[in-house]
Design a protein. Structure first.
Length: 191
């Protein structure tokens, strides 16, 4: 199934998962980013990772937005994409992590739009997988995660409650990481 999805996705945006230590390295080159590299540890073997925030040195216009058919001046969020989509298949379930890296305070509305638009785009990819390859997952679970270096973004909550934040209809989890020299680590299970 993931091999068919790889055929649909542009190879330039696919991120490699190390077979040696099952880790994934996500790079962020945005101005002012404190998290320049995020290493995700213990990524399951049956996983696929790609970015929706690719910047090409060769073709600057191709990856400017998720679709060239969408008006680039539209400010409603239809041009927003997250840093990472990580798809993991386990026991017949397809778990799709929509992950964005944030260094400063989270702008809630913008973050919601990024998470939502990224989810819609992934759903579009899965509809193509079904239409052109005849493959479909019956049990798809979306998880939205914002990895941040700023613990002010995390709402204080009792230890026993689920640590999710809800903005409009999008539930997402904040995960605070410690950044040293622009690098941070997080275990896959913490997502």
């Amino acid at each position: 199934m993931l091999d068919s999805l790889k055929e649909i996705i542009n190879p330039e945006v696919i991120l490699s998962i190390s077979m040696d230590d099952h880790s994934l390295l996500v790079k962020e080159d945005g101005f002012g980013s404190k998290i320049k590299k995020l290493k995700i540890l213990s990524v399951p073997a049956d996983s696929l990772a790609f970015t929706l925030d690719f910047k090409s040195n060769v073709n600057k216009f191709c990856f400017k937005q998720l679709s060239c058919y969408v008006n680039p001046k539209n400010g409603c969020g239809v041009n927003k994409g997250c840093d990472l989509v990580l798809i993991s298949v386990k026991e017949g379930k397809c778990i799709i992590y929509i992950i964005d890296l944030k260094s400063g305070r989270i702008k809630k509305k913008q973050s919601e739009l990024q998470l939502l638009n990224s989810k819609l785009y992934v759903q579009y990819l899965f509809s193509m997988l079904h239409a052109f390859y005849g493959k479909a997952f019956k049990n798809i679970i979306f998880k939205h995660v914002i990895v941040t270096s700023d613990n002010r973004n995390v709402k204080k909550a009792p230890v026993y409650s689920a640590k999710f934040t809800k903005i409009s209809d999008t539930l997402y989890r904040n995960k605070v990481v410690t950044v040293k020299n622009g690098e941070a680590r997080i275990h896959f299970g913490a997502l």
